[in-house]
Design a protein around this ligand. Sequence first.
Ligand code: 4AD
Ligand code: MG
Length: 431
Amino acid sequence: MINLSKRIPTSDVQKIKIGSEVIVAGWVEQSKLLGKLAFLKLRDREGYVQVVATSNYSKMKDLNSISRESVVSIRGRVKKSKARSGGKELELIELNLLSKAATPLPIEFLGNKIETDLSKRLDYRYIDLRHPQRLAIFKIRAIILSAIHSFMRESKFIEIQTSKLSGAGAEGGAELFELPYFGKKVALNQSQQLYKQLIMLSGFERAYEIGTSYRAEKSHTHRHLTEFWQLDVELSFINGIEDIMRLQERLLVYILRQVKKEGKSELELLGKEITVPKLPFPRINYSDACNLLKVKSNTDIGTELERKLAKIIKSKFKTDSFFLTNFPDDFTKFYAKHDENIGRYVDLIYNSNEISSGGQREHNYDILIQQIKDKGLRPKDFEFYTTPFKYGAPPHGGFGMGIDRLVTFILDLPNIREGVLFPRDVDRIGP
Ligand code: 4AD
Ligand code: MG
């Protein structure tokens, strides 16, 4: 048996001296018998290596039975590749068939002329993800998350974890997923919002959480899921939304720099170049945005108008990243701090799409209760959240950034589902 603990990644074969023996393992993407020779294209996480069986190999016939996508381990000798100048390949010495793949494959995922449609690809996600470009997306996603953690730690934020089960919706009551809970009803969290705020009242001063949020929205768009990942950030003793914007723009630039630095080969594979925007990002007042868009000043700037606005900003300021600030209170949440009827609220638009919302929060108990009533909600449902404001609350604010959207719009993916391993939407709850 081939000793798997001695296995090296296929990509390392190129660094090994000609004539050495190595062990590799992975999926057989192609196998070809050509006269007295057989060729296997072996794929693992790090890339490919070509394996050649010559007449020195005594079990040539066995190679016939290796179907595409079977998993094998291989002992081979490094030699100069005839096909790739300067490259190396392996001459087969020993092969173990570890798992034979059934035929035909449920979907074609490589080299087929017609792209399998996304829905079918998601049905067979475990195969779809074998495509090196799909893997590259998730390697970049991991770089993004690791960059977020580094940035937050360097900026003195404490990582927190809050409950995903709660009695009240943070972002408006209509879109809750309710579930039975020992004779009571609870809901899945719509965001980490109320709990990250409570932590500010507990004196953590700076905290962040990366967690899932759930919204029962019947939207079939390229950028909405029913389960999505959010980076939630909250900080105390702020003067206003400028503090929140400064933090966010530095975070985005930090993430993009890290992706550029650590994700070179993945970006190349995806054919994507990253532009790191200049600081500071333009800050566009909501009413000015409406003027630029030539719409009434209290128009809801949704997906289409956002895109249009991004085009205008791009031509004016030569950037893909900007903040939309000071929202009319029709478009703010009950927890936002207001100046008259303008919310201290801010969206970050990147690559023509909203990737985050945030702002300063109302920390005065009486005003908070009034705002809950004004939004047509019942103060009683929010007592767990409002009562703490009676006992000492610092001025605070923060933002929630969609991780899946970040991945999608950094990589220009056509659909948010491409950047999520097992996406959940109105029609999909599996695999
Ligand atoms: O704009 P949202 O709803 O704001 C909040 O959740 C607030 N608690 C944030 C705050 O701190 N005030 O959500 C924040 C971000 C959005 O900008 C978007 O990137 C992402 O979360 N998001 C979604 N991503 C995928 N699918 C959905 N259904 C999403 N809803 C929001
Ligand atoms: Mg928003």
